[in-house]
Ligand binder design. Structure first.
Ligand SMILES: C[S@@+](CC[C@H](N)C(=O)[O-])C[C@H]1O[C@@H](n2cnc3c(N)ncnc32)[C@H](O)[C@@H]1O
Length: 326
């Protein structure tokens, strides 16, 4: 297990974007290592003055992965919700919350997921093809790889991985699985890199379980594993449901801050914040004024060079912030 669970991206910028009020109700739908959640609570404490009643201020942090609980925060104003964030509305109803002052989503997986070989998120380790963030979910990456049609696989590699040769990869997978069920990461790696297998000795699995892959294949492997992960966890479906719930729950003046890590989710978030609906349809009034529930505050900010150097995984992060109209 990795020592560092996660390093939050654009921490300062995100907290600024949320414009935190000490008495507000906030939701962090992606708790992970708790870096953002801790910063939200710290900001609430720092803003505390004699006049403001802090008993009302609260932070609800969601994570569907129970491993995140090892980062639990000891604060009476904090509640952990072990659930998929697609059920945001149901959980707020459960806690009797009608409106919220702010919501943060730092999408995708944490370092912990990539650094835990046995979870199967990384092509760097020999492991079962799992990739479930919710460890009790039924569908694993092996189920997807072995049961989807060639066409379905090709589509998801293109859509979620932007892999140019998605069709060829899907064909190779289908050929390989006709021989036997593909159940481990290294079998998938071999299928994407047929030339590798014909190298003398094929791919190398080191004694510590690491898979040695030549540099030229790493980019495509990362895309392939990302595509499968998005499908296994229905990441786009959950994001859509959460965005709609967040829009309806936010108070006028409330803020939503979202960190995305690939173009598909970023496009969805961008269009949603611009239009207020999942279709991205811009509606206008009689005079041609755009009707949208949000005012855009941050349009896709990226991490500064210094942060990327310190934390290379922040390179692909994009921060979007919007405020609900009064
Ligand atoms: C990028 S990490 C968040 C890191 C966090 N901001 C921090 O400071 O450590 C994303 C986290 O969200 C969780 N997650 C992703 N999708 C989720 C979903 N649909 N519902 C609940 N949790 C989800 C993952 O399990 C992971 O722990």
């Amino acid at each position: 297990m990795s020592e560092i669970y996660h390093i939050p991206a654009m921490l300062q910028e995100t907290i600024e974007g949320l414009n935190i009020k000490p008495e507000g109700v906030y939701v962090d739908v992606t708790f992970g290592g708790g870096g953002h959640s801790r910063a939200i609570l710290d900001r609430m404490h720092a803003l505390e003055t004699g006049d403001l009643k802090l008993e009302n201020g609260h932070l609800y942090s969601f994570d569907q992965d129970e491993d995140a609980l090892q980062n639990a925060i000891d604060d009476e104003r904090w509640t952990f919700v072990h659930s998929n964030f697609r059920y945001l509305r149901n959980w707020m109803d459960y806690y009797g919350i009608e409106q919220i002052d702010g919501l943060l989503a730092d999408l995708g997986v944490s370092f912990h997921h990539f650094d835990c070989p046995e979870r199967g998120f990384s092509f760097r380790f020999s492991a079962p093809l799992d990739m479930r963030m919710n460890q009790t979910a039924k569908r694993t990456a092996a189920d997807v790889v072995n049961s989807y049609s060639e066409e379905e696989l090709a589509q998801l590699f293109w859509l979620y991985g932007e892999l140019k040769n998605g069709r060829g990869i899907a064909r190779n997978i289908c050929k390989a699985r006709a021989q036997r069920w593909i159940e481990r990461t290294e079998e998938l790696v071999e299928n994407l890199t047929p030339t590798l297998s014909s190298r003398e000795g094929g791919i190398h699995i080191l004694e510590n379980g690491e898979i040695e892959v030549p540099a030229q294949y790493k980019k495509d492997l990362a895309k392939l594993f990302q595509a499968l992960r998005i499908e296994v966890n229905d990441e786009m479906g959950a994001l859509r449901e959460m965005l709609v719930a967040a829009r309806d729950l936010l108070k006028p003046g409330g803020r939503i801050a979202i960190l995305t890590y690939h173009s598909l989710e970023d496009r969805l978030v961008k269009n949603f914040l611009r239009s207020g609906n999942l279709e991205g349809t811009i509606e206008k009034d009689f005079y041609g004024n755009i009707l949208t529930p949000f005012e855009i505050i941050e349009k896709g900010r990226t991490a500064c060079e210094e942060e990327v150097e310190r934390n290379p995984r922040s390179r692909s992060a994009k921060l979007r912030v919007a405020e609900k109209h009064g």
